[in-house]
Design a protein around this ligand. Sequence first.
Ligand code: ADP
Ligand code: S3P
Length: 317
Amino acid sequence: MEVGASMAMQSRAPRVGAGAAGGRRSVFLGCEKQARAGSLRVGAGTAGAAVVAVRARGTKPVAPLRCVRASPGSESLHNSVDEALLLKRKSEEVLLHLNGRCINLVGMMGSGKSTVGKILAEVLGYSFFDSDKLVEQAVGMPSVAQIFKVHSEAFFRENGKALWNDTFMGLSSMWRLVVATGGGAVIRPINWNYMKKGLSVWLDVPLDALAKRIAQVGTASRPLLDQPSDDPYTVAFTKLSMLAEQRGEAYANADARVSLEEIAAKQGHGDVSKLTPTDIAIEALLQIGNFVNGHPTIHGQVGDLQVDSQSRRIRTS
Ligand SMILES: Nc1ncnc2c1ncn2[C@@H]1O[C@H](COP(=O)(O)OP(=O)(O)O)[C@@H](O)[C@H]1O
Ligand SMILES: O=C(O)C1=C[C@@H](OP(=O)(O)O)[C@@H](O)[C@H](O)C1
């Protein structure tokens, strides 16, 4: 989640404020930047504990083209103007068929869900959410690492499940969002019930590339990989291999798969490290396009909402 602060979409990061409900915090998501008409309240959670209130953004079909960069020191996200234009064209192609459906990115830690998700949100004129950030804020802690430390992994995954339910139920009830889900979100079947209300896209990155990225940025924000070692690459690679073994089939539930190896092969590279996040976003749009063409939703149900594809107004069903 280390994408640089310079990216425009961060101004759309969800704000979460506390509200007492059912003995824990309810989650208030305000996607305020560029918010326009329409405010929607969705009861979330079987206990009705949390209410997610979302300001629906107005229509803004495609974001203006602009050069975006990742964190300082990293590569430019776009290799060229041509690449940026291709991204924009692909987004225009899929936008109409998407019909407001939410895009849920799944994949291992470090697979680029946040980085690519922000590019997709930017170019589609969608809002970007990071599901881990929502849980952090609902728990009232600054990071997942802190939740693991003060509580435990089990708390994060199991005891915190009501929060997860609220988070995913709330997110799945919204529209025009790109969501970067935590790498472990796929292991809870109920999360799929919610994610399947929109589209799910698996960023399938070779483990070697993941371990290199994570070793490069450090493991502090990824508690599962954060062990004292002189060789963070090997620690990350070993743990990621284990997780991939356990989760492989769960990721494969996604509606669309973006394989970095396949993109690299198409481009004639032997190595995925040459791919920019924009290359990956373009392929994601291609795969999303393939999926939505086979699964159209027109004037239909999107999650719990009715979306009018002409006016793009939202009504609760
Ligand atoms: N295509 C890419 N090439 C090189 N580094 C990347 C790429 N995509 C993401 N990264 C870097 O990898 C790290 C993890 O990316 P991130 O988007 O936070 O992954 P996730 O959200 O899936 O955990 C970040 O430091 C990011 O800058
Ligand atoms: O794969 C996992 O189990 C995890 C992935 C992390 O999110 P990212 O995939 O965004 O790094 C975070 O939820 C936590 O450290 C556990």
